[in-house]
Design a protein around this ligand. Structure first.
Ligand SMILES: Cc1cc2nc3c(=O)[nH]c(=O)nc-3n(C[C@H](O)[C@H](O)[C@H](O)COP(=O)(O)OP(=O)(O)OC[C@H]3O[C@@H](n4cnc5c(N)ncnc54)[C@H](O)[C@@H]3O)c2cc1C
Length: 458
């Protein structure tokens, strides 16, 4: 046998995952290879969709035996950084068809299987009077959100979502199912809470729920003419806002698309949205300085907790978009001017939206028993976004969002949020002081580098 043939990985068994596995030469490969983030052009050696723990074990063992790497995924919402990596020798194991949730109302916990989406977890939890530390979109998976940090509209009161994780079950590089919690495999439990995709395919997550099932939430919206005033008032308000409230401020330049609602199509607007976990009177008092700016739209009201995933108006379907991100330590007037100049420059910027998420409160406090990621230092998370519906739009789109994010360097902190980092990002910025120990843990758990995470620790 020539050296060339000896090095080439063996062909994967087509009966794995009940036949739900596609290789590049198969019809259907193109249809299945992309995740939710359609601009991330993933071209793996194979993509497999297991439906059970046994199928996960079988596909991991088969991939390892045949000389492939394994990239675990749930939905592909965070596929961007994977598209920047070589996947030609990698099997993507996507758990979107292996789902389920069980609520333990007495313990106030949820057991979430495989690639289950947040919308299914919060619907199940609401039946028992609970909700959870989910993000702005209901179709993001619990595994990829919570185990990479997870910034919620309940975050300033309850912290990062990852701190609510009580146990994780995962299939390791040895093809074995392992449970990690504070009492079992404690080092692995520390590591998966921040960098899970480096350590195995997570088949279950157990998390603490929040003991309420309604919330005061909504959106306020103004025309671009009010933008500078609104942004300054929000910045000053955010500095003293109680921890029960978490909001985002976004500036938009909407194209005149027929699928957009008439109050947004073709318009330049500024919006503030989020959630207040307080009774009506207290919530009204907290929001009063923002409402005094007389928005043209104000939907803040008490809603069922299941409705919070609609407030941010994230796209309901898989989307082609590109983004960039910074954490800002402060937001002086000059930074606000930069924000407005980036979205509405004299020449078209190509940017659809720039967002600032309010940080602080419990988000900045690391619990004593936290994992690799437990808090985020900084005052605001900046996210710049534009659409890239076809592959030719990806490069110019990336240039636009990068240019916009770079303009905020004077106020940027070193850290980055893994869930907001949709491009290849320096591990030191993502994992900070935890990176060295994470790298050590991967050597211990996965010496042959089987697992290929979207954010590799080494
Ligand atoms: C519309 C939209 C709204 C969003 N809103 C928020 C928000 O409010 N707050 C916030 O913090 N983030 C938000 N995000 C970012 C989102 O949380 C991240 O992209 C997250 O990683 C997605 O998780 P996923 O499992 O759905 O995606 P995937 O792309 O499937 O997973 C991302 C990575 O996580 C790891 N992973 C996922 N599943 C597993 C598994 N079963 N086993 C092992 N590793 C796994 C892998 O390394 C994988 O590459 C949003 C993203 C989008 C597109």
């Amino acid at each position: 046998m020539s050296d060339d043939l000896a090095l080439r990985p063996a062909v994967l068994d087509r009966t794995l995952c009940g036949g739900r596995i596609w290789l590049p030469e198969d019809p259907g490969y193109d249809e299945h290879r992309l995740g939710w983030a359609l601009a991330a052009d993933l071209a793996p050696a194979a993509i497999a969709f297991p439906h059970s723990v046994d199928e996960v074990i079988a596909v991991v063992r088969a991939a390892v035996a045949a000389g492939y790497r394994v990239a675990p995924q749930s939905t592909g919402h965070g596929a961007g950084p994977l598209a920047d990596q070589d996947l030609s020798n990698t099997v993507i194991v996507r758990l979107s068809e292996f789902t389920g949730v069980k609520i333990d109302a007495e313990a106030g916990t949820a057991r979430v299987v495989g690639g289950t989406l947040w919308e299914d977890v919060i619907a199940a939890a609401a039946e028992f009077g609970f909700t959870a530390l989910h993000g702005s979109a209901g179709d993001v998976a619990v595994a990829g959100f919570a185990l990479n940090g997870g910034l919620s509209f309940y975050g300033r009161e309850f912290g990062l979502s990852v701190n609510r994780v009580r146990a994780v079950e995962l299939v390791t590089a040895a093809g074995e199912l392992v449970r990690a919690s504070a009492d079992e495999n404690a080092s692995l439990f520390w590591a998966v809470r921040g960098a899970a995709g480096n350590f195995g395919v997570v088949t279950a997550v157990e998390l603490d729920l929040l003991p309420f099932s309604d919330v005061f939430a909504g959106i306020l919206l103004w025309d671009r003419r009010r933008a500078a005033e609104v942004a300054r008032v929000w910045r000053d308000w955010a500095a003293d806002a109680p921890e029960q409230v978490t909001t985002s401020l976004r500036v938009f330049s909407f194209p005149p698309l027929p699928e957009l609602p008439p109050f947004l199509a073709g318009r330049d607007v500024i919006a503030i949205d989020g959630a207040v976990h307080a009774d009506d009177a207290e919530a009204e008092r907290i929001l009063a300085p923002l409402r005094a700016l007389e928005p043209e739209l104000d939907t803040f009201a008490r809603i069922p907790s299941t409705g919070l995933v609609a407030v941010h108006m994230d796209p309901p379907e898989p989307t082609g978009s590109v983004s960039d991100h910074r954490v800002l330590g402060e937001l002086p007037d000059e930074a606000i001017e930069t924000l407005l100049a980036q979205i509405w420059p004299e020449l078209p910027s190509g940017l659809l939206c720039a967002e600032l998420r309010q940080l602080g409160g419990a988000l900045s406090r690391r619990p004593h028993d936290a994992g690799a990621i437990g808090s985020i230092e900084g005052a605001f998370a900046l996210f710049t976004l534009t659409m890239a519906p076809v592959s030719a739009a990806v490069e110019p789109g990336l240039a636009a969002v990068r240019r916009a994010a770079e303009a905020f360097e004077p106020w940027a902190a070193p850290a980055r949020l893994p869930t907001f980092s949709e491009n290849r990002t320096d591990g030191g910025r993502l994992f900070g002081g935890a990176r060295e120990r994470l790298a050590y843990e991967t050597v211990r758990m996965d010496p042959n580098r089987v697992f290929q995470a979207h954010h590799p620790v080494r």
